[in-house]
Write a protein that binds this ligand. Structure first.
Ligand SMILES: [Zn+2]
Length: 445
């Protein structure tokens, strides 16, 4: 195990990460007003939304006035980017010559959002990730593999630049396949890597089954997980930590927003919001009223204080979380308990019961007789909702399938209040994802 880091060495930015709450709030309000003024002056997108709502930057006199600023959604970006000049239309706030990098959202839920950055924006992006890496314990004696194809998506680049920034030695995993990546890790004595929770499990499986190597003996000291909810859910984290015999740290990032939340080495079963760079608000899903109480789920609305090419102000992420109690690591940044719980558009009603697919993942990961891959299928049969869980068995399971089904059924009912049809599949039947995976398939619409 690694030596615990104490004192200011614990923080990437010892001043900002430990600002007393009132000072932090004053700092945030100042930065909030600055980005609002910038967007109102430079962005046709924001100006038209604000004018339509009758909002002007000078209306921001006190903290509570923030709730008067209209919330924007992904669709607002898409509408603005559909205008001339292509590809950024009304969303770009700087001359095109100032744009130095291009990224885009994954487009899993439709048309992608194009993301321009100035060099200043891009420096800021890697800084947001540096806070996370440092809090996870990454230092200049780490050799880090980035096992993703470097392309138009953000995560591999941000992880790469931030690792370099804090002094790690970066091994770009680029176009290597999973087996080649693992062999490269062993060859070089890599100490850590970054992955989605699914891919971290997939890599362990390939390591064991295809290469005959034990992932627990690879000497991996930590894994940064990002890109999917899960690494803050205790059973999911535990499963990844066990298969790699390591520590897993969660980090949340979104292309339109930045790397805005991270887990610290104290692992408080939640994530610190980087409140020096972002204003994170939790609002009621229906009424959009602010939620300040602990343990009350709400939707996350984010402002990035320092994105200038394409500002992100009161952006509706559609992610769900809740505030948790403060962490003992000394950071004053607030905690989002269990990280991201899922997305509003994935939470649906089945047989009249509110259902979040992440709760099924929690059950699957806490059942040792089950493998890592599964899918949830919802259909309508004779006007009645039917929900099926298809899940792979772990290799060499000796317990009868009926017994596993009984146990699984009980756990699912406890967590979701629903009865599932269960299909237990042989190991390695379902496809293995490298990046984001669609495990929830709702065929009712
Ligand atoms: Zn902490």
């Amino acid at each position: 195990m690694e030596v615990e880091v104490r004192g200011v060495e614990r923080y990437w930015n010892p001043i900002l990460e430990t600002l007393p709450p009132l000072k932090l709030k004053a700092y945030q309000f100042k930065k909030f007003k600055r980005i609002i003024a910038w967007a109102y002056e430079k962005s046709k997108l924001y100006r038209s939304i604000y004018d339509k709502a009758g909002f002007k930057p000078e209306h921001l006199k006190k903290w509570d006035d923030i709730s008067k600023v209209p919330i924007v959604e992904k669709e607002d970006y898409l509408t603005a980017q559909a205008k001339e000049p292509w590809p950024y239309g009304d969303s770009l706030c700087v001359p095109l010559e100032k744009v130095t990098t291009y990224h885009q959202t994954s487009g899993i839920t439709g048309q992608p959002v194009y993301q321009p950055e100035t060099w200043q924006d891009w420096e800021w992006w890697s800084e947001t990730w540096a806070f996370a890496l440092w809090a996870h314990g990454f230092r200049n004696n780490d050799r880090v593999l980035i096992p993703f194809g470097y392309n138009v998506y953000m995560a591999s680049w941000a992880g790469h630049y931030a690792s370099e920034k804090i002094g790690c030695e970066v091994v770009p995993g680029g176009i290597l396949n999973t087996e080649e990546r693992i062999l490269k890790m062993r060859e070089l004595g890599v100490t850590s890597f970054m992955a989605t929770p699914s891919y971290a499990l997939n890599m362990a499986e390939v390591c064991r089954n295809n290469l005959g190597m034990d992932p627990r003996e690879m000497g991996i000291k930590k894994i940064l997980c990002s890109g999917e909810p899960g690494a803050s859910v205790p059973n999911i984290k535990k499963r990844i930590e066990e298969v790699w015999n390591t520590k897993v740290y969660d980090q949340v990032s979104a292309t339109e927003v930045g790397g805005w939340a991270y887990e610290c080495a104290s692992q408080p079963e939640g994530l610190h919001v980087n409140e020096a760079f972002f204003l994170v608000e939790l609002v009621d899903v229906d009424t959009r009223e602010p939620i300040e109480e602990l343990n009350v789920p709400g939707k996350i609305v984010i402002t990035a204080f320092d994105q200038y090419a394409q500002p992100c102000i009161r952006f509706d992420t559609k992610d769900i979380s809740m505030w948790g109690k403060p962490c003992d690591c000394g950071r004053t940044f607030r905690i989002l308990k269990d990280g991201i719980h899922g997305r509003v558009d994935h939470i649906t009603k089945i047989k009249g019961v509110l259902f979040n697919p992440v709760s099924v993942e929690d059950v699957v990961r806490s059942t040792p007789e089950l493998g890592d891959e599964y899918e949830i299928i919802v259909k309508k049969e004779r006007e009645v909702d039917e929900v099926t869980l298809r899940v792979e068995l772990a290799p060499d399971v000796s317990i009868p399938e009926d017994e596993i089904k009984r146990k699984l059924s009980r756990q699912l009912r406890l967590k979701t209040n629903l009865s599932f049809n269960l299909e237990l599949l042989p190991p390695h039947t379902l496809p293995r994802p490298e990046v984001k995976v669609k495990r929830f398939k709702d065929y009712r619409i």
